[in-house]
Design a protein around this ligand. Structure first.
Ligand code: NDP
Length: 257
């Protein structure tokens, strides 16, 4: 599997870093994307290379159509192929505004980053994967979209975020249906409460709720949890299951009476 290449958006921090670390441990060659300047991510890339991993950082804002369009070609320039795309990059709703105060600018930013970005990046990666499949009938591509429990759980002060993730859930099914004939499997990984910079602002509130039984497993989810699940998917250990949702939320969304 050592020649296989994965592009991980937002792969240098938070959940994405958990994914990058697990894929690195399994010998993937990695195109790690993010918005920060190269020098901020240089220590991570050096660390990966010290561990024998072929890794490159590709700075690009997935909200920006031009930068996004260049991502797959840049991956090909470095590695010459792409076997997996992990659409992980995402933002929460700026200011976490209530529905009655929500703004169109925030809506466009969140939907553009969390839904339009992955959808069209998926399209770009899929076209390359289809060509690779035509050249090699044994080729298998995989696309993982990292959504959120907010795909189904309502939070009124992040409506745009929830809609972006519900949309990404449908996008995954669209990709799964359209790409199945080409041997490309598509999955939605749907995290619950994961301890990252994104949730730092609400940590104390959720510390209390988790201690009081909000989740069946009484702990925060960690980037490592999501990394293990994505590595499992990309390894091909979930056969005959394209299009499925993998809920990784410690039991948060199980209804009880
Ligand atoms: P963080 O805020 O900790 O990290 C966000 C990551 O996404 C960073 O790597 C960031 O890159 C990257 N990113 C954000 N916007 C862009 C952009 N426009 N272009 C390129 N990269 C971008 O978030 P998490 O790690 O918590 O979240 C990762 C994903 O998981 C998101 O899609 C989020 O919605 C989802 N998720 C998170 C949950 C949680 O509880 N934390 C729960 C459910 C889902 P950079 O470092 O360069 O800024």
């Amino acid at each position: 599997m050592t020649d296989r290449v994965a592009l991980v958006t937002g792969g240098a921090r938070g959940i994405g870093l958990g994914i990058t670390r697990h894929l690195a441990a399994e010998g993937w060659r990695l195109a790690v994307n993010g918005r920060r300047p190269d020098e901020d991510v240089a220590p991570l890339i050096a660390d990966l290379r010290d561990g024998g991993v072929e890794a490159v950082y590709l700075r690009a804002d997935v909200f920006d159509p031009e930068a996004r369009r260049a991502l797959v070609p840049r991956t090909l320039d470095v590695f010459g192929r792409i076997d997996a795309l992990v659409n992980n990059a995402g933002i929460t709703s700026p200011g976490r505004l209530d529905f009655l105060d929500a703004t169109e600018d925030n809506f466009d930013l969140v939907i553009g980053t969390n839904l339009k970005g992955p959808y069209f990046l998926g399209q770009a990666a899929a076209k390359v994967m289809i060509a690779q499949r035509e050249a090699d009938p044994e080729f298998r591509g995989r696309i993982v979209n990292v959504s959120s429990m907010n795909a189904t759980v309502v939070t009124v002060n992040r409506g745009d975020y929830g809609m972006s993730k519900a949309g990404l859930s449908m996008a995954t099914q669209i990709m799964a249906v359209r790409l199945a004939p080409f041997g490309i499997e598509c999955y939605e990984v749907r995290p619950g409460l994961i301890l990252t910079d994104m949730t730092a602002a609400v940590k104390e509130k959720y510390d209390r709720l988790i201690a009081n039984g909000l989740t069946l497993e009484r702990r925060w989810g960690m980037p490592d949890d999501i990394g293990r699940v994505v590595a499992c998917v990309l390894r091909g250990d979930l056969p005959y299951s394209t299009g499925q949702v993998l809920v990784v939320d410690g039991g948060f969304t199980i209804k009880t009476l």
